[in-house]
Ligand binder design. Sequence first.
Ligand SMILES: Cc1cc2nc3c(=O)[nH]c(=O)nc-3n(C[C@H](O)[C@H](O)[C@H](O)COP(=O)(O)O)c2cc1C
Length: 456
Amino acid sequence: MKITVLNGSPKGEESGTVYFVKYIQQKNPQHEYEYFNVAQAIKKIENDPQEFDRIIESVKNSDGVIWSFPLYVYLVHSGYKRFIELIWEREAEDVFRDKYAVSVATSIHFFDHTAINYMHSICDDLNMRYIDFFSADMSDLTKENQRKKLLLFAQNFFEQMEQKRITIKAYQPIIDNTKEYIPTEIKAPLNTKGQSMVIVTDSMDQDKNIGRMVKQFQEFTQADLVDLSSIKINGGCTGCISCGFDNECMYGEKDDIKKTYQKLKKYDILVFAGTIRDRFLSARWKTFIDRRFFITHQPHFSGKQIAYLISGPLSQIHNLREVLQANAELDETNLVSILTDESASSSEIDERMEALAQNLIECSLQGYIRPQTFLGIGGMKIFRDDIWGRLRMVFQSDHRYYKKHGKYDFPQKDIGTRVLNAIMIPLTKIPSVKKSIQRDMKKHMISANQEILRKK
Ligand SMILES: Cc1cc2nc3c(=O)[nH]c(=O)nc-3n(C[C@H](O)[C@H](O)[C@H](O)COP(=O)(O)O)c2cc1C
């Protein structure tokens, strides 16, 4: 069998993820493997068509593809995302049809599922025969039981390929349900009641819905504008994590990323705008998102109101909606709403736009931040544990921040609960006490809430 390995780490040969694949290779030397560092070499791949063709030629001649990638901010690295965009842009999608595919991802399991879902859906969109994913913690190769699992996973991949087994699709093709948006006449500009607002977009192209939506929203709200397509971005995140000590990016002030993030921090309301490309926002947007990592695992926009203006079929891409919601929660912001140009007339979109702008102002004045869901709470627990533990040495800035802002909320520190457990658990060993607690369980569970209402 011939396997093409598409390495999604910006670290190229120094990728930790690719060692998982090399381990598979070491144990299965009967197959032929060809590696491409697509995320690291993305500029070359973009600028030199022959470089892109070389990869496509390898895929063409292979039986299967291993998508090997590290998690980068809920998804894959911006360079990998760009490579995926190029597949369609350069009309190479047919080469992937019917090729067997697996994903091998490494991470700290923070939203690994959204990256894996994304890659699975891309494989389905490419009509590949997607078999399975292996989502490893970055240190799993050092663990014998995980290595065993990895080899079983690989064995399954090779066997299914050899037997040309039928695979099952999980994602239906996306149907474009957007219409041309022609802005209607705007009402008098919104009274922003002293709240400052900025729109961050990757396109102001007036030939596209997104450009017109942004212009309309801006005219109505008088918001400031940041156009990601015109700011200076020298490259994607390189994964060097030198930012971990003091939040200083290796790019420094050489491009506009740092100053743009600093500028955004000054506003009360942030509106992000973009067009869906494949099943996420554009690679340009993803570059901007990845490069935010110089602030590492700390919230950057605490207390702000946010919204999205999106052109494209978001209602068919729940995975993307989940990422946007999670990102808002982890940043301690309030995601007021996401407005798209799906299945609505231009006047309906304008009405919604007006309502959204008003909601943003009201929420901002009230300082309302919706309580977090599992996405924010669960995600933060992963960060908390890893920053306190194994990642503290490299992410010392996060450690200082977490200490200062009470992020180390380990349950062991809750003395009241510990005392209660220490007294009550032995008591529940007495059958009559246990029975009485069980009998009144529902009452016990609401007694604290009842007390709040009693106090008025
Ligand atoms: C900029 C950046 C973003 C990351 N984002 C995530 C993430 O969203 N979720 C996660 O679990 N790990 C995340 N990680 C951790 C990497 O996925 C992990 O360290 C991976 O093993 C690196 O693999 P590589 O050596 O092949 O690049 C991130 C690391 C960096 C540097």
